[in-house]
Structures are given as structure tokens and as C-alpha cells.
Ligand binder design. Structure first.
Ligand SMILES: Cc1cc2nc3c(=O)[nH]c(=O)nc-3n(C[C@H](O)[C@H](O)[C@H](O)COP(=O)(O)O)c2cc1C
Length: 204
């Protein structure tokens, strides 16, 4: 008689056989992904930056309106200034070799937040695939100090026009820290339902 553990093991082996190499690699990348905030003092090669830009520009957007725009920041002085965008949670950017600022024209699309979030996600997943690591820095709805928003601060540093909203900065670089992947057993499967809210997907 198979227990639940055996059943899950067999199921994952079957799924691995079912996936082709590309799909398997993508899942493996997602399984290992962690936010990395310590980077080596090694620049990101231009060819890799170009791949990240391509990934961002390939992100889907509502009605294909592509409201996003990106500022690629490689100058250390600017990264240091941007690292002060928030009181907490942005300081590590000063030691990153690259930051990609994701902003959007809110008048172009009402769901620009979602569009920017997907583009940000594409950037950090593409980073992983290139052997780089990254971390999202939230800018929208955050404060630089008691009176100035992080958005205003970032816009001033980079001369971003006021009609654009700033969603995030993705810090990217070669990792100088290792983090273990999240364990599968710790994933919150209890939040997944089948056909009806409350009916567990995993136990059905
Ligand atoms: C929308 C969003 C905003 C985030 N903002 C920040 C941030 O401002 N600073 C930071 O250090 N990490 C930030 N993170 C990274 C999270 O803290 C991180 O994803 C979370 O702690 C889980 O860790 P993991 O990514 O290693 O799994 C953000 C992540 C997301 C998705």
C-alpha cells in the first residue's frame, strides 16, 4: 500500500519525465531562486545586461500597451544615491554592480502596477538564468524620509519625468552569499483548493 509520501515521489518522477529539458531547467531555476542582497565587486557584462533588457521588453502587459520604461543604472555613484531611496530595504544597492529601475506611464494603462511587476519578475528570473542573482527593491508606496516619497527621491536622482511612476529597482549582480532553496515541504499547499474554496487540492 502506497503512502502519501510514496505517491508524491512517484508523481514528481513522472512529471520530471513529462517535462522536456527547457521546462525542467525553468522549474529548477524557480526552485533554487532566493533574494540575494550581497554581491561580488564584479561588473555585469554588457551582453548579460542586454539579455535582461530583452527579457523586460518581452514581458506581457495588459492590452499590449507596454506602459513601462526602464533605467539601467551601472554608475556606482548613482547606485549609492539610489541605495538611500528608503530608510530600510534598499541599502544593499550601493554594493550591487547593477540596478534596473522599473517605471511606467500610469496614463497609458490603468494596471501599470501589474505590468511593472511582471517586467520586474522577468528581469529577476532572467538574472537567475544567467548565473546572476537579484533582489527586488520596492519603491512605489514607500518613503525616503518623513516627507519625501521614495518615488520622488529616485525620480530626482535619475531625472525621471514626473508623469512616470516608479515601481521598483531590481538589484542585480554576482552573488557573494549562498541561501538554501525553500524546501518543498514548507510550501503552503494548504492555501491551494480544488474547484471550491476550502476543499484542499493536495488531499483530494
Ligand atoms: C513586491 C516585492 C517587494 C520587495 N521589496 C523588497 C525591498 O524593498 N527590499 C528588500 O530587501 N527585499 C524586498 N523584497 C524581497 C523579499 O523580501 C523576499 O522575496 C522575501 O523575503 C522572500 O525571500 P526569497 O525571495 O529569498 O524567497 C521584495 C519582494 C517583492 C516580491
Amino acid at each position: 500500500m502506497l503512502n502519501l509520501h510514496d505517491y508524491r515521489l512517484i508523481k514528481s518522477v513522472c512529471i520530471v519525465h513529462f517535462l522536456d529539458r527547457g521546462e525542467f531547467m525553468f522549474m529548477s531555476l524557480i526552485q533554487k531562486r532566493r533574494s540575494i542582497r550581497r554581491f561580488l565587486a564584479k561588473p555585469v557584462e554588457d551582453e548579460k545586461i542586454e539579455v535582461l533588457i530583452e527579457a523586460a521588453l518581452r514581458a506581457p502587459s495588459s492590452r499590449g500597451l507596454n506602459p513601462w520604461e526602464f533605467v539601467v543604472v551601472t554608475e556606482h555613484d548613482l547606485l549609492e544615491k539610489l541605495s538611500k531611496a528608503k530608510v530600510h530595504g534598499s541599502e544593499f544597492l550601493k554594493n550591487a554592480p547593477l540596478g534596473i529601475v522599473v517605471c511606467a506611464d500610469k496614463d497609458r494603462c490603468d494596471v501599470w502596477v501589474e505590468d511593472c511587476s511582471i517586467a520586474s519578475t522577468f528581469i529577476f528570473l532572467a538574472s537567475e538564468s544567467l548565473g546572476l542573482r537579484s533582489c527586488w527593491i520596492q519603491i512605489r508606496e514607500r518613503m525616503h524620509n518623513e516627507t519625501i516619497t521614495s518615488e520622488t527621491y529616485v525620480s530626482e536622482v535619475l531625472h525621471i519625468p514626473s508623469k512616470l511612476k516608479v515601481e521598483s529597482i531590481i538589484a542585480v549582480g554576482y552573488p557573494d552569499e549562498k541561501k538554501p532553496p525553500h524546501k518543498k515541504e514548507e510550501l503552503q499547499y494548504e492555501k491551494v483548493y480544488l474547484n471550491k474554496y476550502g476543499r484542499s487540492y493536495t488531499n483530494s
